[in-house]
Design a protein around this ligand. Structure first.
Ligand code: MN
Length: 732
């Protein structure tokens, strides 16, 4: 069942996408069955004009929303007004931020509770129509049965009452709202959300006051310190005395190093010496780390799934890892949420907290993290070893780690202690994933007019050219430009991969303007389809591979004809071809897919961007020298006149060019078409290459780019030959 855009019409009409930071309902490619008995829910605390709680329940793939001024009460006699408001996009489950002033709902909004909802009396759409809705909530804070009942006398027709049904989770004496005011994501109160930065600064000042030191460069660049070693088990009753220690129960979860740097979060676990990055499987942990008031932080913790009675369950965790592949991220995270129980703080901001005594590091964890939420600070146990082990044994806990007081991280002599309880069989956790892409909204018109093309046509085109396109894209950072409503709708660059990305997709972390960004690597046809299904029309790539980011494997000469003619660009491209022949370099012409022409010059491995740029620049100058009447390298648009702009600055470590075979977001659905040099002539018509014609052309002529990736030209010899051409020109 594809998403129904009509449901979000009202929501979108009330908000400006340029101003608000709220989701617009474009970010997920998951699909949802129309009618189901279970779903996800979120309760926001929203400090808008009037403070209220927003209870949002997943129904039919989006979120039914009620604004509840007094919030949910555990007292069944308290029936609170709940105003049915506009349907919100499913992505709103993750939302927590300060909505800009002046926008609809401007003000701070925290995710106060999250969990799963069960609809008790049939499909919720049908029950709603009768003016009632009976639900059971399985949340971090709210539990048990609840009812929404529509007010018969509601003037506006949108007024309901929300109340607790009388069951074992009802508790008239308990005020949950006052008792647990914090976000389950950031751990902040709604007031604190407004001063996140100040709170982050205060945390860092506290760490500094405790004696945290400046991080060394090696820590920053590796961002991967090793987890502290744990010495083998000490049997119960063994006489060797322990130094005074803190004790952490082992809960049978996955021990990970969690690191956040800006938007980029990694969760790394170790199986023996080999590390495995598992963050793609735990989007709720990633989201919560991104919500913290610290833009960079490194934590140690255990990923744990708790059973309904609140006990950590290894079997549940294993099931969660399996269900992630079969059920998708939303179902898995809703039905079996995973909590990161944090036992240590290794770094925060630009501070290294590892030298601090463990007591101080634990105090920092408790200062940063809430008691209930996707991230929690573990409470270490203190006291007599024998008594503690006995207590743990009575809870069925098989082992604990003793951590000597006063010791810095990884110098502490951590030791595993057995309680005497037989250790549970450690079900191996395998992160499985299937490579399936559900294409959504196939019929949506992306190119209106004549001919009309749909989103399905776009995805089918990329599937048809995958064999020739994927080898070019492989290991190359790709930057997405998304057009979720087609070429006439809004578009946006997406530097970071979206939340909910399938775990089998490879990504690369790029340093961009001192912030880390995680981008796609399109290494197989499935990833290409995934990207196309996000509504990404053109694919822009860097001229480098992930493994050698400082090396350019091709240079680009771009003949930009906005103010001139294609005929002149063709003349210049043919001259460039002769020059390249003379200096022993191959060149591969292609249409840009819009009006211009590109020539890609493969450089083979080992060439720096400086070399590539210098080469492009020399070639450009030579072209302008030979054709001063039709070519210019003038950067200022107004000074170019009607000449072809020979753009040689497309070669740079962060410059992205449109990939060959890439579709363009222009009428006609043209594509960037690789050409034979014999086709670079007066008859060339770039508009002839479209998503409809390119697959046939490929079948007939094969890949005109064949040879580009294998080329190993003698670049130094070519540069020398080129220099002598330039010198020859200068010498009368
Ligand atoms: Mn609200």
């Amino acid at each position: 069942m594809p998403r129904d855009a009509k449901k979000l019409q009202r929501y979108r009409a009330m908000r400006s996408p340029e101003v608000t930071n709220e989701p617009f309902g474009y970010d997920t490619a998951e699909t949802f069955p129309e009618k189901r008995a279970h779903g996800a829910y979120v309760v926001h605390l929203h400090d808008a004009t009037r403070r209220h709680y927003d209870v949002r329940l997943e129904i039919g793939g989006e979120l039914l929303s009620f604004a509840v001024p007094h919030g949910p009460s555990l007292d069944p006699s308290k029936k609170h007004l709940a105003v049915n408001t506009e349907v919100h996009p499913i992505e709103y489950l993750e939302f927590e931020d300060v909505i800009p002033k002046g926008e609809y709902g401007g003000g701070a909004m925290i995710a106060w509770d999250r969990g799963a909802v069960t609809y008790l009396e049939g499909p919720p759409e049908e029950e709603m129509a009768t003016g009632k809705l009976h639900v059971e909530l399985h949340g971090m804070k709210l539990r048990g049965r609840w009812a929404f009942v529509k007010l018969a006398k509601s003037a506006k027709g949108n007024e309901w009452l929300l109340f607790k049904k009388d069951d074992e989770s009802a508790n008239p004496g308990r005020d949950l709202l006052a008792e647990l005011p914090r976000s389950v994501l950031s751990g902040l109160t709604v007031e604190e959300l407004l001063e996140r930065d100040a709170i982050g600064d205060r945390f860092l000042a506290r760490a500094k006051a405790l004696g945290a030191t400046k991080l060394t460069t090696s820590f920053v660049t590796s961002r991967r310190p090793a987890l502290a070693a744990i010495a083998g088990a000490k049997k119960p009753g063994s006489k060797a005395p322990l130094p005074p220690s803190l004790f952490d129960a082992e809960l049978g979860g996955i021990r990970v190093l969690a690191a956040r740097d800006g938007d980029v979060v990694t969760l790394r676990r170790w199986a023996g010496a080999a590390g495995e990055d598992v963050e793609a499987y735990y989007p709720e942990t990633v989201r919560a780390l991104r919500a913290l008031p610290l833009s960079s932080v490194v934590l140690e913790g255990e990923l744990i799934a708790f059973d309904p009675s609140g006990h950590p369950s290894r079997a549940l965790l294993a099931r969660r890892a399996r269900s992630f592949a079969s059920e998708g991220a939303l179902r898995a995270t809703t039905e079996t949420p995973v909590i990161l129980v944090v036992t240590d703080v290794l770094a925060a901001g630009d501070l290294d907290t590892r030298p601090l005594p463990i007591e101080d590091r634990r105090a920092l964890a408790l200062l940063l993290l809430p008691s209930i939420g996707f991230l929690r600070a573990a409470s270490p146990l203190e006291g007599d070893e024998a008594t503690l082990l006995e207590a743990m044994a009575s809870l069925g806990i098989a082992s604990a780690i003793a951590k000597p007081k006063g010791a810095p991280y990884d110098d502490g002599g951590w030791q595993r202690l057995e309680t005497g309880v037989a250790p549970p069989s450690l079900t191996p956790i395998r992160h499985e994933s299937t490579r399936e892409v559900n294409v959504t909204n196939r019929e949506k018109v992306y190119w209106p007019g004549d001919p009309t093309y749909t989103k399905g046509d776009l995805v089918d085109y990329y599937a048809a050219v995958a064999d020739v396109l994927v080898p070019f894209l492989k290991s190359r950072p790709v930057i997405l430009t998304r057009y979720p409503d087609g070429i006439e709708g809004k578009s946006f660059f997406q530097w970071n991969v979206p939340a909910g990305m399938p775990p089998w997709i490879r990504t690369l972390v790029l340093d961009r303007h001192e912030h880390l960004k995680r981008v796609f690597l399109v290494d197989d046809a499935a990833t290409l389809l995934y990207v196309a299904n996000l509504g990404c029309i053109p694919l822009h790539v860097l001229a480098a591979r992930a493994s050698s980011r400082e090396e350019a494997d091709f240079a680009t000469i771009d003949f930009d004809v906005k103010q001139s003619t294609l005929t002149d660009a063709i003349t210049l491209a043919r001259t460039l071809h002769r020059i390249l022949d003379q200096i022993g370099l191959p060149g591969f012409p292609k249409t840009s897919g819009q009006s211009g022409l590109h020539v890609l010059i493969p450089l083979g491995p080992g060439q720096s961007f400086d070399t590539a740029r210098a080469l492009a620049e020399l070639l450009g100058r030579l072209l302008v020298e030979r054709h001063p009447d039709i070519a210019t390298m003038e950067r200022v648009v107004g000074k170019r006149g009607d000449k072809v702009y020979v753009d040689t600055v497309q070669t740079g470590t962060s410059r992205a060019i449109v990939a060959p075979y890439s579709v363009r977001a222009v009428p006609g659905a043209t594509v960037s078409a690789p050409l034979a040099w014999s086709e670079v002539n007066a008859k060339l018509d770039p508009r002839a290459f479209t998503i409809a014609t390119m697959p046939k052309r490929l079948a007939k002529h094969g890949d005109r780019l064949a040879g580009l990736l294998e080329a190993r030209p003698d670049v130094p010899a070519a540069v020398a030959a080129l220099s002598s051409l330039v010198v020859a020109r200068l010498t009368p």
